[in-house]
Design a protein around this ligand. Sequence first.
Ligand code: ZN
Length: 180
Amino acid sequence: MNCEYCEIISGNQKANIIYQDDEILAFVKEEVISPGQITVIPIEHLTILEMVPGKILDKMFTVANKLSMAIFETMGCHGTNIFVENGLGGGQTVPHFSLHVIPRYENDNLKLNWVPQQVLPEDLENDFIQIQMNAEGLTISDEIPSEESEDIVVDEGDTEVVLKKQDDENYLLKSLRRRA
Ligand SMILES: [Zn+2]
């Protein structure tokens, strides 16, 4: 398979990697819309947004948010765009889902600002009904944290430190419990 991003994941193609764990990777592309732009991808070769599990999406956006803050500090930009090209019609050129954190400046003249168009009231109503029908039964059940987490308890004198093990060891939630 010829996938530019899988080549980076496998190490066949060199890239400046900012963040990596067993599920996602963040790196700097050679060609960017704005200097300082960072691209976040799932490790698994998933083509479009619809294929990406909610848990991975959560992590991608969490990392994108942290990187956005790092870009603010580093580049002194005035804002960022978190941008997804989903499918051919959405301008996607690599068949591997990605999101881009793009530094923005006032008057940077990047053509990411679309002009809203007025829609006929009957078309608006019709689109709304159709979308509402297709969105019926929408659930976010895969965003509920799993019950399988095993807590790590550390003895610290008369208090117990409980490290709540989440999906990934990078995310340890620390809570203190005073012993009775
Ligand atoms: Zn790929």
